[in-house]
Design a protein around this ligand. Sequence first.
Ligand code: ADP
Ligand code: ZN
Length: 430
Amino acid sequence: MFWDHAIETLDRASLRQLQLKRLQATVRRVARKVSFYREQFSQARLRPSHIGALADVRRLPFTTSADLRANYPSGLLAVGLDDTLRLHTSSGTTGKPKALFFSRQDVANAAELCARCLVMTGVTRGDVFQNMMTYGLFTGALVMHYGAEKVGCLVIPAGPGNSEKQLLLMLDFRSTAVHVTPSYALYFAGFLESKGIDPRRDLALRRAFVGAEPYTEDTRRKIEQALGVDVFNSYGLSEMNGPGVAFECEHKHGMHLWEDHYLLEIVDPQTGEPLPEGEYGELVLTTLCREAMPLLRYRTRDITAVVPEPCPCGRTHRRLQRIRGRSDDMLIVRGVNIYPQQIEQVLMSLPQVGRNYLIVLDGLDEMTVKVELAQTSFDGQVEHLVHLENEIVSRLRAEILTRPKVELVPPGSLPVSEGKARRVIDNRKL
Ligand code: ADP
Ligand code: ZN
């Protein structure tokens, strides 16, 4: 299923030509309209005419989230405020938010890309799309909402949380698709279980679009089993219009990144140097069609790699591997580098483990991993718990090369956030 067959299957040579044309136009525009870039260009003695080939993108400066904050609120605008239509912000963790402006065309483009994503997984106008992402300043819900409407789905702007109401909507309106974070999807699955709802018997759900935070292949499988759906990985970030940047097709192996809108590079997060295709590094994106706020070589901090082979679906836009985490998610515990994803990978591969976990670091640089048990895994025998605890400790130790403490806790006892999950509590800096 294709939303725009011609562009989605455009041959690589033509796609690259289109990218070059759009890159050159973007560079010319920011040189004229955005003083931040103009100054950067003049410091580097760079002129738009120097961009003669796609590889010349490397001559352009990087843009970082610090640049977005420094130019808050409107320093990076390439159009007048009259030509902007919508504002989103991205929280980040500290300090000022990042402000992202959309022109009319940007809003339309974002919806168009989301429509491509949804249709690629088999969504049609007959679908009932329950959007369980956060509405508001966050791009996650609203941008996808427009995409689903564009396809012609019936869209239910449910927002996150309030599981009772979510269920009611699902039952009464026979929702077929949900858009949800992995942490809330797992939480909601537990809620259904506690209500005695069997999704395959009682609900009409067929697909879940899951993203906004990293998760593992095992978590995907858990959600698929618990909700009786196909889960498609969905990637985006506010700086690139929000969701709809990259999405899985029916093969569920890597996410097609829409290369007619975004120019992708994978660089070494330390040096910024490009890495060979297929190697993991930091994703860097340049907008090719953005009007209100074009960004050159934006450092996403997301760690991923390009899937080297072409996809059997026939789309020519390259795929990204599952995001391993953000370069700034990395924890250093007793001198060892650890990504929370490594811990999730170990936990979610164990059937006795439930749906939530929390990593706590204390003042002595000790790591404790709190792990919810699965509903069925406590049979009343304490020695079984001790055995499981020891097994988790030794598997984690093998993966992260340091020995954490593990604390088993009852199902549903760890905090759940409505938006993005908070997986790590670091008390070391307090
Ligand atoms: P914030 O910086 O406030 O979290 P965003 O809502 O723009 O802002 O979040 C975008 C980020 O969310 C991405 O840079 C990435 O780290 C994460 N993300 C989004 N989708 C996925 C996904 N499918 N897998 C892993 N991480 C994701
Ligand atoms: Zn494909």
